[in-house]
Design a protein around this ligand. Structure first.
Ligand code: AGP
Length: 610
């Protein structure tokens, strides 16, 4: 949460920072600001709201210069207003800091600094940083020593960039716990929370590690560790397509990303299924010997990635016959998981920066459990802290509500389960071939669903005033019900709950009235008849039925107020297809209600606080 950016080079710094911040806006959009050295003087502009609000402020009160830092905020400490917007400055307004993370001991530090006569301007934890540096400078330290001594006093997770009025050719930084990337272009240097903020101008990058600090000039990065030793590093070429970072003619990233899902599936299938039906995971993996012994898997993840984990459990148990538990990352570390036998932890995360999931990886590693992560950002903290990782290959996902990363997670988990089944020699060839045939049909089936998106768009007006939704699914599609409800809540702000169909009669059925639409995920398969019973129970109580059923079903559409068919497929493939109409429902209802689906209130794409 929160995005930071720094720039030094020949271009006008305000426009470089604005582009960078816009690309980081998915990390938070409560307020935004920049600090620039304009003719040798530190100038700060900040505004409540989104980057476009900051842009308006800059039009009215422009700044000029070639060195500066910027920030887009997701509020943790202090209200989301202009006063608490970053960058924050010291008492004499010579040092500016943009920070991502939490300074846990800020309260004690602030008390101490106030006693020393420092004047604070905000309610944030961040503001202690420029004041601590100021205090060190007051004692006669050089800026490097002042920064180093400051870092020694901070507890918590952070990445920050710092501008000092008296040093107009360097941007200082430190990282411990929150992401920070250095980018190098032609006579220009960048610092940012994530690579999209610095492309295409930055050609090469280096991911700053935890407990590293230093400064950048126009031409180079000067890197040190927390023992004050210089650190060597290797710059890597940035491979990112700028087209992936714009809306490509769609009204919102969310809709674009929903429509990208067939292409994402094709890419994963081509990459992972080799001739003859062998599943390939090119990434560094465990030895086959260890994998064939594996007797227990614990999946740890959050939000949508947790829902993917629930489907992943079904795949792993069905195909690889490995007993699998699924934990919310935020709970995993507190239940003191038992580490015994040949256990492996799978951490699933689109961003690779979710603090709860990172904490659970540390917990697993402390118990000597090997961690394999499924991430969409291969230079992320989760990828680097895991023993090995699998690239989800969904491409950059910018909409805050996860869509294509979810289906990419399901596909990769399915293939990973088949890969493990292969290692253990437990799937007969015919069954393997039948599953692969089905998997290869998925991209076209998704295209078929998307070609009928208009059907769902037309439903949306009927739900403009709806207050509550219920989603029901069973077996493979219980997680689909949870995910459908989460999507709708996130982007349309309508209260929605997902339940396992079998649990419905144990309580949630009390919610049903003629004002509550119930989305019933009812594909053909083992649970079909049971889901029909759920539909009957809702109809008996005058609830409205929205059904997602298999095409050609002659029963369910007749029992439904709204119905949408997904192509014929086996039950285990159905979660990948059935979620797509639910993503579309959430999107179109949000737009109908005038909500901003790409930037839902109170949310941020990477949740980097625990
Ligand atoms: C999804 O729509 C959410 N915005 C959210 O639940 C998300 O899935 C969760 O925060 C986990 O994120 P991660 O996959 O990046 O770890």
């Amino acid at each position: 949460m929160c995005g930071i950016v720094g720039y030094i080079g020949p271009k006008s710094v305000d426009s470089v920072l604005l582009v960078g911040l816009t690309r980081l806006e998915y990390r938070g959009y409560d307020s935004a600001g920049i600090a620039v050295l304009d003719s040798g003087e530190l100038q700060v502009r900040k505004e409540k709201g989104k980057i476009k609000d900051l842009e308006r402020l800059l039009q009215a009160h422009p700044v000029e210069g070639n060195i500066g830092i910027g920030h887009t905020r997701w509020a943790t400490h202090g209200e989301p207003n202009r006063k608490n917007a970053h960058p924050h400055v010291d008492t004499h307004k010579r040092i500016a800091v943009a920070h991502n993370g939490i300074i846990e001991n800020h309260f004690e530090l602030k008390q101490e600094l106030v006693r020393e006569g420092h004047v604070f301007h905000s309610d944030t934890d961040t503001e202690v940083i420029p004041h601590l540096v100021e205090e060190e400078l007051k004692k006669g330290m050089e800026i490097e020593a002042a920064l180093f001594n400051t870092i020694q006093r901070l507890r918590g997770r952070y990445a920050f960039v710092l501008l000092y009025e008296k040093d107009p050719s360097r941007i200082f930084f430190a990282r411990d716990g929150s992401p920070l990337v250095y980018g190098h272009g032609k006579g220009e240097s960048f610092l940012a929370s994530d690579v999209p903020a610095i492309v295409p101008a930055a050609l090469e990058h280096y991911v700053i590690e935890n407990q590293q600090w230093g400064w950048v000039t126009r031409d180079e990065l000067h890197l040190l560790d927390y023992g004050k030793q210089s650190v060597g590093f290797e710059l890597k070429k940035i491979e990112m397509n700028v087209q992936d970072l714009d809306k490509g003619g769609f009204d919102h990233f969310m809709l674009k990303e929903i429509f990208e899902q067939s292409g994402v599936m094709r890419g994963i299938i081509n990459e992972r299924i080799a001739e003859g039906g062998k599943v390939v995971f090119g990434e560094k993996n465990n030895s086959n010997e260890f994998l064939s012994r594996l007797s227990r898997i614990i999946i740890t993840s959050a939000g949508t990635s947790w829902h993917a984990g629930l489907v992943g459990k079904a795949y792993l148990e069905r195909f690889a016959k490995i007993s699998t538990e699924v934990d919310l990352s935020s709970e995993f570390r507190y239940r003191n998981p038992v580490a015994e036998g040949d256990t492996k932890v799978l951490a699933i995360s689109q961003s690779g920066e979710t603090a709860d999931t990172i904490a659970s990886i540390y917990e697993a590693k402390a118990k000597f459990i090997r961690v394999l992560s499924f991430v969409n950002n291969t230079s992320s903290t989760i990828a680097r802290e895991s023993n090995s990782f699998i690239d989800l290959k969904a491409g950059p996902e910018i909409g805050v509500a996860s869509t294509k990363a979810y289906t990419a997670q399901l596909m990769n988990l399915l293939l990973y389960a088949l890969f493990l089944a292969g290692v253990k020699w437990i799937l007969d060839k015919d069954e393997r071939m039948r599953i692969f045939d089905e998997i290869r049909r998925i991209p076209d089936q998704i295209d078929q669903i998307l070609s009928r998106a208009d059907v769902i768009r037309q439903w949306a007006a009927d739900f403009r005033e709806t207050k509550d939704f219920v989603f029901l699914g069973r077996s493979f599609n219980y997680p689909t019900a949870l995910e459908g409800a989460l999507k709708l809540k996130e982007v349309s702000y309508i209260h929605a709950s997902g339940y396992a169909g079998g649990e419905f009669k144990h309580g949630p059925i009390a919610l049903i009235t003629d004002e509550v639409p119930v989305v019933c995920i009812t594909p053909q398969g083992e649970i079909y008849e049971k889901m029909i019973s759920n539909i009957e129970e809702v109809r008996a109580r005058k609830g409205k039925i929205i059904s997602i059923h298999t095409e050609g079903d002659e029963k369910v559409p007749g029992m439904s107020d709204y119905s949408f068919g997904i192509p014929q497929c086996s039950e285990l493939i159905s979660p990948i297809l059935a979620v797509i109409p639910l993503q579309l429902l959430a999107y179109y209802v949000a737009v109908e209600r005038g909500c901003e689906p790409d930037q839902p209130r109170n949310l941020a794409k990477s949740v980097t606080v625990e």
